[in-house]
Design a protein around this ligand. Sequence first.
Ligand code: SAH
Length: 213
Amino acid sequence: MKDTNKHKGLRNQLVKIIEEKGIVDKNVLKAISNVPRHLFMDSGFAHFAYQDKPFPIAANQTISQPYTVAFQTELLHVKPNYKILEIGTGSGYQTAILIEMGAKVFTIERQNELFKKTKLFLPKIGYNPKKIIFGDGYKGLPEFAPFDGIVVTAGAPFVPSPLLAQLKIGGRLVIPVGEETQTMTLFIRTGAKDFEKHELGKFRFVPLLKKKN
Ligand code: SAH
């Protein structure tokens, strides 16, 4: 598993593309330029890793498009030591971006194959989430709540209320909501029972599914 100067050069080009698409947060761009995305992909696709596209990973899932990862991460307003909950660990790429930014990351995956693979892989390349959990993201992680931010990386048919309940006051939930296509939605908790809601454009994700029994 190598990261070469060629890969770094390709990442800098990817950062430019993402900047041109409107991402301004320097810390997000720096994280994209640091995380070796090619290592998160199956070898058959690794040479496409610095194209701004999603690609297949195990269990019929996808590694999100870098622009989408950057867009969601920017909305989270991550600061060092923030507690962030990620729903949908997948390849671990989004997890690594959050760790690069200094967050303490708790991440949940419902596909056992991906869960096991990514749990072994991330520490090997130096990324250590606080917790990687095999479970149902619809429930969040009440035992570790409240969170400064929650990011859902699969398309949710509705907003799971446990996720809103597990935000700190001032915390942010970034969730793509919808069935065929999704509207990126940001909730900011402004009080015990109060949330601001912002809708931020259309995206396409794999579906957020119920836990397998
Ligand atoms: N963040 C990932 C994106 C993977 S795609 C990455 O950067 O690679 C979305 C992931 O959400 C898939 O791995 C899928 O298995 C997972 N997922 C779907 N429904 C889920 C649920 N209810 N709970 C947890 N994870 C779920």
